[in-house]
Design a protein around this ligand. Structure first.
Ligand code: FES
Length: 575
């Protein structure tokens, strides 16, 4: 670790001139005495609290615990808000705003007298947005996740966010449950604040924060309402002061080695496909290389260890009680699949933190010797339908469909899908492959989580529960099925997905990592020549900026000008 250097905040508070007066005096209106400006580390508490983000509504309390920890360690805490991204409310998709929030975080840190930050992140996109923003400034940082909600409970059975929302919605569409039952389940599903309690994107990203070494051990799985999350917040507040004093910046924690650890952890937990995009984007902010191919090759040897929805039956509360992420990391380390000396924010290596982690329930956290599912990692598919790659999560897919050739049933847009999917006259059976176009980063825009297309009711009524589905969209980490996602290049920019027509044959071969449109090259070229791009999704504002600059999914869907970082140097005077 590097030696201490002068704190950024001294450029504001150490000045004995007009500017120093401005900087100190306006803060003294909060009752801060002169000794607060004596050179102690100034810690920003970056808060994504919002009533519009129900998963993060306890962050005022968590921020208070961080504040106490910072004060106890001799730091100077200053809390600041950033735009919150509530997955359930934001339209057209929270992902449209991940990059915007990352810019807001970066500039909020850079432009203010902050020496280090504690990142409060929970609902899906808040985690990558805050990590990416902080990475681009590269100051000392610690992450605290919201923690999962309590188990969902309905009619005496546990139910899981997203996963059972999807299955119960299909049951409603097929007539298997009533609308009253559906409404009753809504009230039982989300019984506390906190993030979705399945291994969705929020839980996945919380696990990866811990695997990267960016949080204190145990952060990922402690339930939002468990007292131990408050303790972790307080300890994180204390620890960030030490990190600033030791000048341990984020790029010393998030390295190629810790990224590889995170990719393998994602395989071991049966994590969300969204993590692929977020980790690639984070790596690019730090100038590190992480490719789709890395995801496939690193994850291939890691089985899925967790029996948690959507891959299994349990929920995050069960995961916590069984030992949480430390037990998974120990399994990786015991099987030589961990870079053991990767450093973490508590000053110890990831192996020092986890090598003696216990597992209390092997039905929830399986061992390598007897894994929950053999295929844990993300599969990366290539072929003439996705020259730059597409992804599939085998632990959530049907083994019988892993090698399948079928007739394409094409939906040009999400509106086209919604208009026709419930029509019993739709020419489709369970051997067909459903194709959805124009839902990628530019096409939607924002790359919505619509890739797990709902099945036609006439097939649901016959008991069909899965079909091969292909799109340039993402899907919720809580979703399941044999779903090929993130086809790149996307249809809206003239990727081959745009040229698929009803009746074309498509082959999915997971073993061979192939996704092939069985149409001749000459015919594909003929269709390409006739391709007409859609009208621009926006002519002004942030959405125009996004559409003009967003990269494809295989490059992390970041804005092209955000690769790398501005660094932590202090901007020019404002007076
Ligand atoms: Fe916020 Fe799932 S909706 S974590």
């Amino acid at each position: 670790m590097s030696a201490a250097k002068e704190l950024r905040s001294r450029s504001w508070f150490a000045r004995q001139d007009k500017n120093g007066f401005y900087y100190r005096s306006w803060l003294k209106n909060r009752g801060l005495p002169q000794d607060q400006f004596d050179g102690r580390p100034v810690i920003g508490i970056c808060n994504t609290w919002s009533e519009l983000t129900p998963c993060n509504t306890h962050f005022k309390t968590i921020a208070d615990h961080v504040r106490w920890g910072v004060l106890e360690a001799g730091g100077f805490p200053l809390e600041f808000p950033v735009m919150s991204l509530g997955e359930t409310m934001l339209r057209p998709t929270a992902m449209l705003y991940r990059n915007l929030v990352s810019m807001e975080v970066e500039e909020s840190i850079r432009a203010n007298p902050l020496d280090g930050v504690v990142l409060l992140m929970g609902c899906d996109k808040t985690t990558p947005a805050l990590l990416m923003g902080a990475a681009s400034v590269d100051v000392p940082a610690i992450g605290i996740s919201a923690g999962p909600m309590l188990r969902g409970l309905y009619q005496g059975k546990y139910i899981g966010s997203g996963t059972n929302t999807i299955s119960m919605s299909e049951q409603l569409r097929s007539g298997a449950i009533t609308l009253t039952q559906y409404h009753d389940a809504e009230a039982g599903m989300h019984r506390s604040h906190g993030t979705c309690m399945t291994m969705g994107t929020a839980s996945t990203m919380a696990c990866l924060v811990e695997a990267l070494g960016m949080s204190l051990p145990g952060n990922a799985a402690i339930p939002a309402v468990d007292a131990r999350r408050n303790l972790l917040a307080r300890e994180s507040g204390r620890r960030i002061v030490d990190l600033v004093k030791q000048d341990v910046v984020m790029s010393q924690i998030v390295t190629r080695l810790s990224l590889e650890n995170a990719v393998r952890v994602n395989a071991g937990i049966g994590g969300s496909t969204n993590a692929v995009i977020h980790l690639i984007a984070l790596a690019r902010r730090l100038g590190l290389s992480l490719s789709l191919e890395d995801w496939d090759s690193l994850g291939q040897t890691v089985p899925c260890l967790l029996n948690i929805m959507p891959s299994g039956q349990y929920l995050m509360e069960d995961f916590f009680e069984a030992g949480g992420l430390p037990a998974v990391v120990r399994e990786l380390g015991d099987n030589n699949l961990l870079h053991k000396h990767a450093m973490t924010v508590n000053g110890q290596s990831i192996w020092e933190n986890n090598r003696e982690a216990p597992c209390w329930n092997r039905d929830v956290i399986h061992s390598f010797a007897a894994p929950f599912k053999r295929d844990g990692g993300i599969v990366v598919l290539k072929g003439n339908l996705a020259p730059d790659g597409a992804v599939l999560k085998p632990s959530a897919a049907s083994p019988a469909l892993m090698q399948h050739t079928g007739r394409a049933v094409v939906f040009e847009t999400i509106e086209d899908l919604r208009a026709r999917i419930n029509d019993d006259a739709l020419d489709i059976d369970e051997t067909c492959i459903m194709v959805l176009k124009n839902c990628g980063p530019k096409g939607y825009p924002g790359m919505a989580e619509v890739g797990n297309l709902p099945l036609p009711p006439k097939l649901l009524k016959r008991g069909i529960t899965d079909m091969v589905r292909i799109s340039d969209a993402r899907m919720s980490g809580t979703a399941y099925g044999t779903v090929v996602l993130h086809c790149a290049p996307e249809a809206a920019v003239g990727g081959p997905l745009a040229f698929v027509q009803n009746g074309d044959l498509i082959t999915l071969d997971v073993q061979q990592r192939k996704l092939s449109l069985l149409v001749s090259s000459a015919e594909l070229e003929r269709r390409r020549a006739a391709f007409l791009p859609c009208a621009p999704a926006a002519t002004r504002g942030y959405v125009k900026l996004y559409v003009d600059h967003v990269l494809q999914a295989n490059e992390g869907a970041d804005l092209d000008f955000l690769a790398g970082g501005s660094g932590s140097s202090v901007p020019r005077d404002n007076f």
